[in-house]
Structures are given as structure tokens and as C-alpha cells.
Design a protein around this ligand. Sequence first.
Ligand code: SAH
Length: 361
Amino acid sequence: MEPPVNLLTFTQDELVEFFARSGEPAYRARQVFAGLYQRRLQSFAAMTALPKALRAHLDSIATASSLSIESRYVSEDGTRRFLMKTHDNRPVETVFIPEERRDTICFSSQSGCPLQCTFCLTAQLGLLRSLTAGEIVEQIIIALNDAYGVGVKPPRGINLVGMGAGEPFLNFDELMKALGIMADPGGLFIVPNRVTISTAGVVPRIRELATMPARPHLAISLAAATDELRDELMPINKKWPLEDLLSACKEFEKSLKPGERVTFEYVMLNGVNDSDQQARQLANLLNRHGLRAKVNLIPHNPADPLPYVPSPSERVEMFKAILESKGIHSYVRRPRGRDIFAACGQLAARRENNLAGVALN
Ligand code: SAH
């Protein structure tokens, strides 16, 4: 059976068209758009300003919510992980990270992931499928409603990071559509400037993003500074090796605003990519391309059956000091939500009491 039309996949203009096709005036469509995104209502029944007959009609042809929450895990550090299911039973995970200044929501762009990065747990799922724009947007609605209450505005605004499961740039069109829907001032009004998308290095999309007027910030997952090691850790490097990747970043740099930098993420794997020499290689690589870069060092989040151990914190600090001594700004990312499988690279639909894997039917 065809699933009902998910209204969250429509921009406001598309919603107006959709309503027009059943003879409904534009203001009704705008009312529904406001219900979906300003009041963040997840059912038509809750949209009590609409005539009853219209609510019943919408219920018969469409839906305001296509994800169902299977579980919600809360970390000792306050991080929350939502494990959800699509209408066709694919797992989707979203993480809410409370922060001192502005809270962050980390969303997924795909169910599972086709890339085979050896240090990432999501890779073990393989690609189940790409998410629709509606499924991306709904993750944000669910996390916001849970954190602040239904329809309540985040008091200090919100940051979004596309750093959950999947490779965002292998689902580029739906991702960009979702960001457009979220940016609508008549809805969530989360502007691209509050959004960072992370890619493992899909070079043509980096170049394309650079040409877009309203674009999110960009982060690149590097993990290694030589092709030899990066081929091994991130097989996508065989398709788009470091020279291609960094020249695309150099191109992207032209689109940066003053003060904005391209961020590189570098997962720290004990004895694999964390030596002094490797720090120098990384700094030289970035400097050779003359990049205005910032490096985020991410202590590896270990999980069975990943074969790596996190670098000790003194090693991470030493690595950072070497980068800094060569003029590269760097930060150490504090792991959040490790205890509930919510940290970077840990999203693999893990369930409590069933930490061995995921049963899909
Ligand atoms: N596919 C995209 C989006 C995922 S972002 C990308 O690769 O950028 C997830 C981030 O977590 C990436 O920077 C990745 O390198 C990092 N990561 C993956 N597994 C990790 C792990 N086990 N510990 C720490 N960071 C990890």
C-alpha cells in the first residue's frame, strides 16, 4: 500500500499547490504550514483552527508525521538519543545535545550509510535508504518538541548539525530541500547560518555547495593526511583522493564569509593516525593548500566490534599543540552521549539489552 502523502516533504509553496488541487484556498495551506512548523503539531486533529471536515479530509489522504519514536535514551551528560522508525521500518536516529550557550540537534540524512569508514559504527548497517526531506525535517520537530515542549521556541535558538547517520552529500537534493523548508520564516525559521553539514568528501557536491547563495557551513571528515592511510580508513578516498578533496575545499573557501572557516574533523585513533609526524603531515597538507582551516579533533568513540582505541588525552593535546605551532586552529571535541550510543560514529540503531545489532523486518 502507498503511504499517505507526507506534508512535511512540501515547501510552503508546494503545500499551497497541493491544497489548490483539492480546491482549498492558499490561506488554508498557510494555516497548515504554521500548524506544522510554528506550533509543531504532529497531527491534523490537533489543528483545531481548521474546519472539522478539512481535518478529516487531510487525515484520509495525508500525514503530518511519518516517523514513529521507538525509544528515547538519556545520557548522564543530558544528551538525548531518539531511535525512530520510518513508515517502512527503517531506523532513524537523532541526537539532542544540551549546551551552555545554544543547544544542538544532530540529525541523520540516511538510514544506515553506504560508506565504509572503518572507525564508524553506522557503516556496519550498510545503506538502508536515503531519507526524504520530510523525514529530515521531522527529526528536528521531534527533538524540539521533546526538549522545549510542543511549539515552544528554543529560548536561545538552536544549532543543527548534519552529522548523524549517513552521508548527507549522497542525499543532496532532499537535504537541501529540508534545509529550505526549515529556513522558512513562516515555519521553523532555522537559517542555514545555524546549520553545519559534514561530509566524508563527496567532491562534486562541495563544489556545488560553494555556488549556492544560502548555504550551510561545511565540515569535512578527514581522519588521515596521506592517501595511503585515508584509503584504508575511509574508502571514499579512493574515489576522491586528498588532492581532489583539498582543491575543492580551496574552491569552497572563496565562498566563505569573513571569519568563517572550513572545518576539518579528525577522529583520533590510538597508534593509527595520532603520532607527532602525522600531526605535522596534517598541518603541512592544510598549509600547502593555503586553507583558512579549523581542525576539530574528535577522540574516537569506541564500540564493539570497532577495532580501535581512543588516543589518550595527552596524545590528543600533543597533536593539537603541533597543529597550533604550525598555525592551524584546532579544538578538541568533548564526547557527548557515549553511554547511550549517541556520540559521533555511534549511531547504529543500538537498543538497550540488545547491543549486538538491529533486527529489521
Ligand atoms: N558521513 C558524514 C556525516 C557523518 S559525521 C561524514 O563522514 O562527515 C560523523 C562524524 O563522526 C565524522 O566526522 C566521522 O569521522 C566521525 N566519527 C565516525 N566514527 C567515529 C567514532 N567511532 N568516534 C569518533 N568520531 C567518529
